[in-house]
Design a protein. Structure first.
Length: 253
């Protein structure tokens, strides 16, 4: 059983969370906590298990073992309640390509149960905040990658979630947009939103309050970026990441 109670005040907590697909262990006994108002970075190469872990925490995939709570709700027994209290932006663009940006937001807002007046207000607020005005009435499939990412973020924020899961949110977008995007994340965290973000960009990981590094389904290190660089006597997170992975592979050999 988890030693962290569901009313502990954490936005996210998990203990020994695992997921097997046949004989393959995609996530192996992952334990972590995330606070409200914190940006928590989940690092790892493609295939490390990050997306599988996020899908379990979001109530989209049942774990094989372990325990976890998101917004105080049990990931086994209350996945639908979790979905109502989080915003989720998947690695792949998941909005409807044959709808305009506004039509997508109308659809997702209705799915979240927002009334017409509140939905109209939120769409106006997010259109302004994310600078979507010139593209809001274009078909989603015709938008550049960066603007599609902004639209997906707007959809995830419509219902004012206190926990936001972002799976590789800046993949394939230009550095200028990446900086702008992280500025938005800081604003959200300052307002008390817990942000759980996966990335393979080490420069982005520097923006996180804490990070964990995942390899072959397991968390191999966790802590504040500065503390981890000092602990392992490295100058950058790139060097830290490479050294940790190399050491893990040497131990496996």
């Amino acid at each position: 059983m988890s030693t962290v109670s569901p009313d502990s005040g954490y936005a996210v907590d998990a203990e020994n969370l695992s997921r097997l697909f046949g004989r393959f262990t995609a996530v192996d006994r992952v334990s972590l906590t995330v606070n409200y108002g914190e940006i928590f970075g989940f690092l790892g190469a493609n295939g490390a298990g990050k997306t599988t872990a996020i899908r379990m925490l979001c109530g989209l995939l049942m774990p094989s073992s372990g325990t976890g709570h998101v917004a105080g709700f049990d990931i086994y027994r209350q996945p639908e309640m979790i979905k109502r209290h989080i915003g989720y932006m998947s690695q792949k663009f998941s909005l409807y390509p044959d709808l305009t940006g506004r039509e997508n937001l109308d659809f997702y807002g209705a799915a979240y149960g927002l009334g017409n007046a509140e939905l109209k207000k939120r769409i106006a607020e997010l259109t302004d905040r994310l600078e979507l005005g010139q593209f809001i009435n274009e078909l989603s499939r015709e938008l550049p990658v960066g603007w599609r990412q902004r639209l997906a973020l707007a959809a995830a924020l419509l219902h004012r979630p206190r926990i936001l899961f972002l799976d590789e949110p800046t993949g394939g977008v230009d550095p200028v947009y990446r900086r702008h995007f992280w500025g938005l994340l800081y604003e959200l965290a300052d307002s008390g939103v817990a942000i759980f973000v996966t990335t393979h960009y080490m420069d982005e990981a520097e923006y996180c309050g804490r990070i964990s590094i995942m390899h072959r389904g397991r968390i191999i290190e966790q802590g504040r970026p500065f503390d981890l660089k000092r602990k392992h006597a490295t100058q950058s997170l790139d060097d830290l990441f490479v050294n940790l992975i190399r050491n893990q592979e040497v131990e496996r050999a």
